[in-house]
Design a protein around this ligand. Structure first.
Ligand SMILES: Nc1ncnc2c1ncn2[C@@H]1O[C@H](COP(=O)(O)OP(=O)(O)OP(=O)(O)O)[C@@H](O)[C@H]1O
Length: 257
């Protein structure tokens, strides 16, 4: 997947200008940067839900805008905030909705998808909750339902927009562990907008830091997460230390510096 000289405007303001990026299958990429820098805008372009004012978004060598929506949904799935249907549906019904790219206009599939749905429910630890209605779930459980719905979509590309928002630290780690193991198992390309730089450094192979409409830095977490970049992007001081177990860079914030 590739962005070639992509620029995007929102209400006449240039949010992204001349972005060139390429993403490889099997990679886990994190998009970071301060509030309002254009991370969600970038993700919308990658999802094909918005078109750039100039430049191209390419998928498998072709322009993404030319791929029919249903076809695209078999390749690419997006985890968005508030992306679940109304709360009256059961967990199993909602997860089943992820099969939409494979259904005929009558709503059915040639082969019974039950085993695919069972597998996703099992993987997300939701088998025991499948007859519960969404309204009866906690925030963390709902996030797992949203992920199970994407899993039955059987994509090769997964786009995540701030997937750990509203989750406690246990659920944050649980969710990213699930994504990582699914990614490894199916060799997925994962691109995630992440605010938490420490989580980003722990899970991503590469980070892309946005600043002033451009890519300020791109590379392995240890290359990108420098004290200078943190100050430049966020206007705050930070100490970077090495995670004692994994060696990933971890940020220690400094009040009032
Ligand atoms: N519907 C809209 N109308 C006007 N301006 C918008 C709209 N959506 C986004 N913007 C502006 O476009 C810019 C980029 O927004 P975007 O949501 O992509 O940023 P972000 O990096 O994802 O921000 P955050 O970290 O706060 O979620 C921001 O300056 C924002 O104010």
């Amino acid at each position: 997947m590739e962005l070639v000289k992509v620029s995007q405007q929102i209400q006449g303001n240039e949010v992204l200008s001349g972005i060139n990026l390429s993403f490889q299958r099997g990679g886990f990429y994190g998009i970071i940067g301060p509030n309002g820098v254009g991370k969600s805008t970038l993700l919308q372009l990658l999802a094909g839900t918005a078109q750039p004012v100039s430049g191209s978004v390419m998928l498998n060598g072709g322009e993404m805008s030319e791929i029919p929506r249903k076809h695209l949904a078999r390749k690419l799935a997006v985890l968005q905030q508030g992306g679940l249907p109304p709360a009256g549906f059961t967990v199993r019904e909602v997860v089943g909705m992820g099969r939409f790219p494979y259904q005929s206009w009558l709503g059915g599939e040639e082969d019974d998808p039950s085993s695919i749905i069972d597998e996703a429910l099992e993987a997300m630890g939701l088998s025991g909750l499948q007859q519960r209605r969404l309204v009866q779930l906690s925030g963390g459980e709902r996030q797992r339902v949203a992920l199970a719905k994407l899993m039955v979509q059987q994509p090769s590309i997964l786009l995540l927009d701030e997937p750990t928002t509203y989750l406690d630290i246990g659920y944050q780690i649980a969710l990213l562990d699930i994504v990582k193991s699914w990614q490894r198992q199916k060799n997925l390309l994962v691109i995630a907008v992440l605010h938490d730089l420490n989580l980003a450094a722990l899970y991503c192979d590469e980070l892309i830091a946005l600043h002033d409409g451009k890519v300020a830095s791109k590379g392995e977490p240890a290359e990108v997460l420098t004290e200078q970049l943190i100050r430049e992007l966020y206007g705050t001081g930070a100490l970077i230390v090495s995670h004692p177990l994994t060696g990933a860079p971890q940020i220690m914030l400094q009040p009032g510096l």
